[in-house]
Design a protein around this ligand. Structure first.
Ligand SMILES: [Cu+2]
Length: 320
């Protein structure tokens, strides 16, 4: 084969093939198109470290749903399926989208599929959730998740973090049918972090098996979403100070040296902590006393020179 032939083969065949192979199985792509496939599961979810089961409605079977990541300018292609065997109508509403509420976010009956796309025009951390009536019940049962829209580049103010973690706080209403109670904010018992009470807090719950990890001196970025039905979160770091807080996760909304960040209902933020030197523990928790550590919304971040290098990276930004 001629030299030209080899070069042509490399550019036109091998390289695209390599890129295509890399994309297979990835949860998102970086080439300007992000494909999101959601299927509603009406089933049960484990909501405590003791294995307590809850009648949940979820996107793809997890509380919260899958993390959606994009870069400003990307087009998000959503395929939303409500399987025939389900009993409820559902929808998906992306707070990052600027579209027609009644078209793209329309509720669909079991046995239907809704497809739409939108361009992620603004950077930030956003909620997605079900809009179907009664909305409080669909959210309280688990139909929410986080979408991170990265800016096109990192800057001095918004530096590249060493590790990233997603934390989503929500309320557990044991009586899953009583949506009137959910509206009135009564009868809820536990605060969930990524779907479980005390999920990453062996200090308050000896059955907890996970913590967040980082090496000393690393910049750890927490993408935090308040998916509570009615209550704001006062997000505090015990034994530390938020180095930077980006309101709504947008780099232009930077605040420095914050002890406690206020995160309203359906609001999200990106919060940076630079971990202390040596072995150390920091507790990330809401200081709103109604749902403080006693109910499950506390998370341990361990700084350790031997911290697992895979934690806080790739698909491990949400520890399941
Ligand atoms: Cu729903």
């Amino acid at each position: 084969m001629t030299k030209l032939g080899v070069s042509w083969l490399l550019r036109r065949v091998m390289l695209p093939l390599f890129v295509a192979l890399l994309s297979v199985g990835m949860p998102y792509a970086y080439a300007g198109d992000v494909h999101v496939q959601f299927v509603v599961i009406e089933g049960h979810s484990v909501v405590s470290n003791q294995g307590e089961s809850y009648p949940s409605w979820t996107y793809n079977g997890t509380i919260p749903g899958p993390v959606v990541r994009a870069t400003v300018g990307d087009t998000i292609h959503v395929s939303f399926t409500n399987p025939k065997k389900n009993r409820q109508s559902h929808s998906v509403d992306f707070s990052a989208a600027e579209v027609d509420l009644f078209n793209e976010f329309a509720t669909i009956r079991p046995g239907h599929v809704k497809r739409f796309s939108f361009v992620a025009r603004r950077p930030g951390v956003f909620m997605y959730h079900c809009d179907a009536t009664p909305m409080v019940q669909h959210i309280a049962r688990g139909m929410f998740g986080i979408m991170i829209v990265a800016p096109k580049a990192y800057t001095d103010e918004y530096p590249r973090p060493d590790r990233e973690y997603v934390l989503v706080q929500s309320q557990l209403f044991p009586d899953a049918k009583n949506y009137q109670n959910m509206i009135r904010n009564i009868g809820w018992r536990r605060s969930l972090i990524n779907g479980r009470a005390f999920k990453y807090d062996p200090l308050h719950d000896s059955d907890a098996r996970r913590v967040l990890m980082a090496k000393p001196g690393e910049r750890v970025r927490i993408y935090f979403l308040n998916a509570n039905i009615n209550m704001p979160v006062a997000f505090h770091v015990a034994g530390g100070i938020w180095d930077r807080v980006f309101l709504n996760g947008n780099p232009v909304n930077v605040r420095y040296d914050i002890q406690t960040a206020q995160v309203g209902v359906a609001e999200a933020a990106a919060l940076d902590i630079v971990t202390p030197a040596g072995h150390a523990s920091n507790m990330l928790l809401t200081d709103a006393n109604a749902d403080a550590g006693q109910r499950g919304a506390s998370t341990l971040l361990i700084s350790d020179p031997e911290a697992d290098p895979k934690y806080g990276k790739g698909s491990n930004i949400i520890i399941r």
